[in-house]
Design a protein around this ligand. Structure first.
Ligand code: PEP
Ligand code: MN
Length: 339
């Protein structure tokens, strides 16, 4: 059920609708928009009777929802969500650039890369302290020490820290040290982790699962939103296909496909999407051209010595070049992306 309020509905009328929803044992999700507020309802098993709401003051319409999504959908919020990370945004006019190494390896490494990321004008620094590695014998990240380095980078450069939480305890740690919780491809359907992220006070970067359909990915975002965290950025990072010339197949059609159904911002990860250094910049350009709200890119000061994902890391010089190219592309397509 979706309650659309009249454009002149008052705050107390909205409150009254929320109280009725609560009395019925459900949860109300008010989404203020440019022209009206809509309220999504979750927690109901069967259909909700619209007559509970139709005659309440300020209510324009009570609409039954037939799609699997209740909250990520443009039906609830026709305007794009702008995710706010402190004073930086994702989904607004500016192209968001999140850059940094795959893993935080040492203070020296992280600061050398952060310096270049700051100089490029990017607002976000990425780096894993807890790494989900295919092999248990591969470098797993520095753990909390890595998070302390990230917090020091935030302090030194004013960059917003995006870092992965592998489990629920990891969310507590990212809340303490970081600015945005990354949920990795392998965890996209870790439902207890999604629920915990939904209760977090930080925005969430939700990567698409290795073989997730669009519906599965969007329903993962619903898990987070249903708990009350509406600040979510989706990230296309490539999916498994039969192709062997890339690590993954970057599914750029997912960007307009998401746009068609959801108000959430969506960014592209050309690093994991290709796995190969020489493909990262071309696919980053394409991602921006196709309308992504931003990019998440792996950069390393010494890719040949990287402890994880070195083959896809850009050098600092390549990264600088990428930023200037994608900014030019974004300037050209930005007016179209708004429409
Ligand atoms: C990463 O960002 O380093 C990462 C592990 O990404 P993904 O979850 O997309 O594989
Ligand atoms: Mn990586």
């Amino acid at each position: 059920m979706l309650i659309v309020m009249k454009s002149d509905a008052t705050d107390s009328q909205i409150e009254a609708v929320l109280s009725v929803i609560e009395e019925l044992g459900f949860k109300g999700h008010p989404m203020p928009g440019a022209t009206r507020t809509a309220i999504g309802i979750t927690g109901n098993q069967g259909a909700v009777d619209p007559s509970h709401f139709e005659n309440l003051a300020g209510v324009a319409e009570a609409i039954r929802v037939s799609k699997p999504y209740k909250l990520i959908t443009l039906d609830l919020r026709p305007e794009k969500t702008i995710v706010r990370v402190g004073d930086a945004t994702i989904g607004g006019d500016e192209l968001a650039i999140i850059a940094g190494p795959c893993a935080i390896e040492s203070r020296t490494q992280a600061f050398a890369i952060a310096e270049a990321v700051r100089r490029s004008g990017a607002r976000f620094f990425r780096g894993g302290a807890y790494k989900p590695r295919t092999s248990p014998y591969a470098f797993q990240g520095l753990g909390e020490e890595g998070l302390r380095i990230l917090a020091d980078i935030r302090e030194a450069y004013g960059l917003k820290i995006v870092t992965e939480a592998l489990d629920e305890a990891g969310v507590d740690l990212v809340e303490r040290y970081g600015d945005m919780i990354q949920i990795g491809a392998r965890n996209m359907q870790n439902f207890s982790l999604l629920r915990r992220a939904g209760k977090a006070r930080l925005p969430v970067l939700l990567k698409r699962g290795l073989s997730a359909t669009l519906d599965e990915w969007l329903l993962a975002a619903e898990y987070v939103m249903a708990e009350g965290n509406y600040q979510i950025v989706l990230c296309e990072r490539g999916i498994r296909t039969f192709a062997q010339h890339t690590r993954n197949t970057l599914d750029l059609s997912a960007i307009p496909a998401v746009r068609r159904v959801s108000h959430l911002p969506v960014i592209v990860d050309p690093s994991h999407g290709t796995g190969r250094n020489f493909m990262v910049t071309p696919l980053a350009r394409a991602g921006v051209a196709v309308g992504a709200d931003g990019l998440i890119v792996e950069v390393h000061d010494q890719p040949e010595h990287a402890l994880s994902d070195g083959a896809q890391a850009l050098t600092l010089e390549q990264y600088d070049q990428l930023v200037s190219e994608v900014r030019s592309i974004h300037e050209v397509i930005a007016p179209a992306a708004v429409g």
